[in-house]
Design a protein around this ligand. Structure first.
Ligand code: ARG
Length: 400
């Protein structure tokens, strides 16, 4: 049975996506597999990955450098939305998937493919993000997910690959499942599956252990323009450099580790460790600048939007109409979110210690406890009379 003729496969160079190539051809009758590796700043050398796809039987192997778009069009939007899933996870993995899906669809259209494929299993969130994003961008494309159906154990997968010249992993592969890109690392499995066990120090690479962080605090200043981070310590930075440099500076102080039990869309609770130094500090700083430049009602209303937005992104609905509508709301709120935020990094903490904006709504004349006070204290009495009226009526009624 032929499931598709020409397929564009999301390729990482790992065992699973490599085995997908012969599997699609042998078992599912696919004639041609085009491998696509997206460069999201995962730090792997991608030329060997590109060659490995060809050796594994791909007819074409493409590396797409999408780092700039990843930061500008995905990460920066999430910062404007202060997007933290379940109030903690800055969505590093979740944000990458809709972009990979977009490049898969564009490549499929360019090469006249009739399907896309990925190596996700049936238990995770990523399969949902790929499938729904592809469907949103081109509903005519078929979606093939061999690893969701093949039912092979890790050993069987490796053995299957070996039959088709795919080398088994040289070093004993890590007991962890790790997803990495510019925005951070997501680490699961192995000993981490016991939620009562402290994560071993060896799993971290972007953030230092507190014992090894500098003994002096470091101050950094982040500049925002309409909710988008643009400068670091007064210097303009392109989006990718800004994230990379912040990851280094912030991670050096041990900031950006998250250990959480999260609710996956497929109903499973999982224990995930994240390290996401730049994103954690950028969201914290951005939220702080909003507290200076947004009115109280917009700030409070936006909190609800942010929560929904984070769920939408996590749940794979990046290209959905609700997300587009919320984006419009968020963009509107960012008009005056410009200025700088001063952050003190020290021993695993990021403290916001100062903020400035030409659009500041903070009025010293009104806030001061000093003699310059311009607030009309007498006006408070009438205000409280009206504000408290319903309560007074209710209380009186209860006494009679
Ligand atoms: N739980 C995260 C998410 O759904 C990360 C998933 C990938 N994690 C991993 N360790 N491979 O976005």
């Amino acid at each position: 049975m032929t499931r598709a003729k020409k397929v564009v496969l999301a390729y990482s160079g790992g065992v699973d996506t490599s085995v997908c190539i012969p599997y699609l051809k042998q078992e599912w009758g696919v004639e041609e597999v085009i491998a696509l590796a997206a460069d999201l700043g995962q730090g792997d050398e991608l030329e060997p990955v590109r060659e490995k796809a060809l050796k594994s039987g791909a007819s074409e192997s493409i590396v797409a450098d999408v780092k700039l778009s990843f930061v500008k069009d995905y990460a920066f939007r999430a910062i404007q939305a202060n997007a933290l899933y379940e109030n903690r996870y800055p969505l590093g993995t979740s944000l990458a998937r809709p972009l990979i899906a977009k490049v898969l669809v564009e490549t499929a259209e360019k090469y006249g493919a009739d399907a896309i494929a990925h190596g996700c299993t049936g238990k995770g969130n990523d399969q949902v993000r790929f499938d729904v994003s592809v469907a949103a961008l081109n509903p005519n494309l078929k979606i093939l997910a061999p690893a969701r159906e093949w039912g092979m154990s890790r050993e069987e997968t490796i053995a299957y690959g070996e039959k088709f010249g795919i080398p088994s992993p040289v070093k004993k592969s890590s007991p962890y499942s790790i997803d990495r890109n510019l925005l951070g690392r997501s680490i699961e499995a192995g000993i981490l599956e016991d939620p009562s066990t402290e994560p071993p120090e060896e799993i971290y690479v972007m953030t230092k252990a507190i014992a090894n962080t500098p003994n002096e605090p470091e101050y950094i200043e982040i500049g925002f323009n309409r909710g988008i981070p643009t400068t670091l310590n007064g210097e303009s930075k392109n989006p990718v450099d800004l994230i990379e440099q912040l990851n280094t500076v912030v991670g050096n102080h041990g900031v950006g580790r998250i250990d959480m039990i999260e609710n996956r869309l497929v109903g499973i609770k999982s224990r995930e460790i994240y390290e996401s130094p730049a994103m954690c500090v950028l969201i914290q700083a951005h939220r702080d600048l909003e507290s200076l430049t947004l009115t109280a009602d917009v700030t409070h209303y936006k909190r609800g939007i942010e929560e929904t937005y984070s769920q939408i992104v996590y749940n794979g609905l990046w290209y959905n109409p609700l997300k587009t509508a919320l984006d419009a709301f968020i963009q509107e709120t960012q008009e005056r979110v410009s200025g700088t935020v001063r952050v003190k990094l020290f021993k695993g903490n990021a403290f916001i210690v100062g903020r400035r904006s030409e659009h500041s709504l903070y009025s010293p004349d009104l806030a001061t406890y000093g003699a310059e006070d311009k607030f009309d204290h007498r006006a408070a009495e009438g205000f409280i009379y009206v504000w408290g009226l319903p309560t007074r009526i209710w209380a009186n009624q209860g006494r009679s």
